[in-house]
Design a protein around this ligand. Sequence first.
Ligand SMILES: Cc1ncc(COP(=O)(O)O)c(C=O)c1O
Length: 422
Amino acid sequence: MLLSKFGEKFTCHSGILSLMDDLGNALAGNDHMIMMGGGNPAHIPEMEDIFRQRLQCILDSRNQFSRLIGTYDPPAGDQDFCRELAAMLRRRFGWKLTARNICLTQGSQTAFFMLFNILGGPTRSGQKRRIQLPLAPEYIGYSDCGIGEELFAAERPDIEEIDAHTFKYHVNFDALNVNRDTAALCISRPTNPTGNVLTDGELERLNALAKEHDIPLIIDGAYGLPFPELIFTEATPHWDEHVILCLSLSKLGLPALRTGIVIACEEVIAAVSAMNAITSLAPNSVGAMVTVDMIRDDSIMTMSQTIIRPWYEERLAFACREFKRALGEELPWAMHKPEGAMFLWLWFRDLPITSLALYERLKQRGVLVVSGHYFFPGLKEEWQHRHECLRVTYTRDQDTVRRGIDIIAEEVRKAYSETLTK
Ligand SMILES: Cc1ncc(COP(=O)(O)O)c(C=O)c1O
């Protein structure tokens, strides 16, 4: 098969594909695998009950059921949902939005693919414009989204050492190079993989930079504000005329309904809607119909705060305690301050083997995590730190998490002791 350049790019072995394949294959072959690798949101029974009841109401109404399965929405998605969401955001935060500032996509991953390529890449005049990621590590799902080459640029962060075993990444504003080739800034807040939440101060500075250069600031709020609010620290929701805020229903517990939400100026919304029409005619209606009532009465926010966030917070506290117990005081390990999302990001300083080798050893022992080296899209320079980190998902039951953590600690200890005895 003779492939186009586009075909080659999107069918070659991308990082996200190999990661998803590897996780899937390892699981398919072994029921006993301890899964601490994926980004699937938890199945929270209380939330599932709420979604089931809502679906039942739709099924019980002939009109609503017909709409659910039998009608194409407009290219911007379900307008009832967009109107209600704009009203909720006006009511709660005073953001000056109408339905024309909102459109839906098939999951927020699709929104990023569209936005990055609408804004970045070669222009008609031959300029090559980049998406600047102010912070690395960043979400692996961005990496292969560019139709052209080298769409992303990223900088090393500053590392704040909070105590012997805790650190936090900050944007290195001195290194951040915004110039006429910068098409947009993009950050995930909270960040996948690190659980970092950019401070309000950092966000304000990025906002000011974007405004000064008249470029969009894309905020990926898949885990963030105002829902599902997987944030365990102080953080203020933010939107502005040049901000493109991308939300998702996935981490509320609805990843299979593929609903992404873009909130931006009308020009951006018109562009994404036009691309929706070309690539898929219309986005999926199911997520919007299942959640519109929760938006109308703001309960999507209270449920996030009273059901979803505490569920993750409890598991996070357990996993942190277990890591401290298992890794102890002597080893040079550190954990990124867990401020949000559903991952722990571990840093093993001067680890004698790469994080990929550690991942392989753990897989042999029946524990699946993700090697940190994947999560540096756009970072050109070599950096040892990149090969010293692991991303660990902590959402399984306590017994499984404890067993997984014990095995991780054993393998890390073994790796360090190998060099000592060499
Ligand atoms: C930071 C981040 N952004 C976006 C996405 C995409 O999510 P979805 O396409 O399900 O909305 C994910 C998925 O895990 C993510 O971790």
